[in-house]
Design a protein around this ligand. Structure first.
Ligand SMILES: CC(C)(COP(=O)(O)OP(=O)(O)OC[C@H]1O[C@@H](n2cnc3c(N)ncnc32)[C@H](O)[C@@H]1OP(=O)(O)O)[C@@H](O)C(=O)NCCC(=O)NCCS
Length: 169
């Protein structure tokens, strides 16, 4: 199992992973819209030359009180082919992805998802760091992980994803 940065020739396989994992095209289309819009990160999980998993990060902004130097990413989506789920591939993608985001100088990552799953990587409810979600979701589902300890100390406000997230198709 190898986790590596996505290559241009991976795009169709990445689409297929997202469509198969989510059972619809929305997430695959979102990735296609976001790719190349600023500091996005896309990693794939490769097993026996086959792309079996994918994770994507794109920049978010905080509308509120926050240092201009603070760079935060949103994790979305993460997907593993159904036949390959529950074998630790999603875990590897998230761990490696977070490591690369830290290495690239980002200070925090937000995610909207299952608290039981993401808490194992260190994500906590974003509300505990005074960050709110632009979507009407349960408090515990919107989470944040500080890549740099204390980075969010003087930050509060509403986290906004890129406008590409607002187009539903
Ligand atoms: C979520 C996902 C990326 C996890 O990948 P994975 O390779 O299966 O994850 P791992 O094997 O590393 O971790 C397994 C854990 O994920 C959780 N999990 C995986 N699939 C799950 C599912 N369908 N429902 C609920 N929890 C699930 C479980 O807690 C599981 O732990 P367990 O096996 O100890 O019960 C994968 O299941 C997937 O692609 N799901 C469909 C797309 C999706 O929902 N993406 C996340 C959006 S927030």
């Amino acid at each position: 199992m190898e986790i590596r940065t996505e290559n241009p020739e991976d795009l169709e396989a990445v689409r297929n992973v997202n469509i198969a994992a989510f059972g619809r095209e929305n997430e695959a289309n979102l990735v296609d819209r976001l790719r190349g819009t600023g500091s996005t990160f896309s990693f794939v999980a490769v097993q026996s030359d086959r792309i079996v998993g994918h994770i994507f990060f794109s920049p978010v902004v905080v509308e509120g009180k926050c240092s201009k130097n603070l760079s935060i990413l949103g994790l979305a989506p993460v997907a593993v082919l159904p036949d390959y789920q529950r074998q630790g591939i999603g875990t590897l993608l998230i761990q490696q992805g977070l490591k690369e985001c830290r290495r690239s100088g980002f200070q925090a990552v937000v995610v909207l998802g299952h608290p039981d799953f993401y808490s194992r990587f260190g994500f906590i409810p974003a509300s505990r760091k005074n960050l709110g979600c632009e979507y009407d979701v349960p408090d515990e589902a919107f989470m944040v992980f500080e890549l740099e300890s204390g980075a969010l100390q003087d930050c509060s406000g509403m986290v906004k994803y890129r406008s590409e997230f607002r187009i539903c198709e």
